[in-house]
Design a protein around this ligand. Sequence first.
Ligand SMILES: [Zn+2]
Length: 481
Amino acid sequence: EEAGEPTFANPRNAAAGAVRQKDPAVSARRPLDAFLYHVSWSPGLVFPGHWQALEALRAAGFRTNPRSARGASIDEVIATCAALEAERDGLGYDADGVVVKVDALELQRRLGSTTHHPRWAIAFKFAARQATTVVQAIEVNVGKTGALTPVAKLAPVALAGVVISNVSLHNEDELRRKDVRVGDTVLIERAGDVIPYVVQVVLAKRPPEAPPFAFPERCPACGGVAFRPEGEAYWRCMNTACPAQLKERLRHFGSRRAMDIEHLGEAVLEQLVDRGLVKDFADLYRLTVPQLAELERLAEKSAQNLVGAIEGSKRRGLARLLNALGIRMVGERVARLLAMRFGSLDRLAAASEDALAETHGIGPTIAASVRKFFDDESNRRILDDLGRLGVNLTERTATADGPKPLAGKTLVITGTLASLSREAARELVEALGGRVTSSVTRKTDYVVVGEAPGGKAEDARRLGVPVLDEAAFHELTGRAS
Ligand SMILES: [Zn+2]
């Protein structure tokens, strides 16, 4: 496996394959080893019992099994068998049982053998670890990090003491390599702590019409866009509100290097999600003190602190937000590069895969991942909500050294902007060298008017101050897309 070569289904196949090689040099390279248990022919050497034969082999330098034991009674033999089975996983090699032999060679001779087997030896078989069963369905599970894992639903079968009805097929490549299909009969194995797995498909029993399994392109838990980045083994659900991954995503969202929301601990998150109070990132910004105070182990004061911390996280900026969103392959560094290059979430979300890939430090693989993220409808809705709830979707430093088209200008913003929050708009103006004030005077250079503006729009007209709608504002700031 380490050499990247196909593995053998079991040790017997491996050993048989090694000795069957045409080139003995190839056989010699296979790391085979053996214990010797029997002396078949020894002219001039007479052993009174099997045990002495083993000792002679050992003395002559042959490998004999150090776990061989001599029992004085059948009870001792049974105890030894039980102990060996219990020790099975610590042997360092696979074993399917123990051979119990009559020790005295004279007794062996007198017992003789049937046409098939000697009467003086019998195998005590350990519980079976392989079984065949039928794949009734292949389901795809969503892990807490969004990884989609195919699982074979089996006709229940007893194996090494437990009933197996599910077995993981791990990922798309593994599923393709073994080519497991619904209706297939499969050989499964379970050994020690190893979880049960499919060894191989019994092709002779495949139903003639069984089609290859088609991996879903949508998340089975939420219907979100599924995506498999190049070089990764797993398809992943890109939807940040996917219920299967919500807790894990929220934990990351609030973590110190992301949105840095203090007091948003594991216990609080658990309750918020379980009670349905938070279904996506935006819901965090809708939480109220009374809602939080109802959670277990959260006093009024703590609830206030948490709401304050959430409020404070609105100002983290685009780079941290991008990291917080948990876009596949977008960590802190890439998030910063994207924030610097695009400056605002709107522009980033509108960028083509090619435009993304051309960004310094961002290759086509990351570009594809980012594009897939923004292609998910649920993500776009949540990001819109975040903007409306006042989360800063721009990066101040993006234009820190850039042009300052608004240097010395004073703006007033009134009404609701569709593409960015009041706070984000203010940050944008400031980043471009301008200033945002709250009331319109003759010194005001522009009044930006969004939806449902207040009296300030009237003031502007009365004082003859230029009025900009949202599109004109974007043009002014050079952010028109
Ligand atoms: Zn999902």
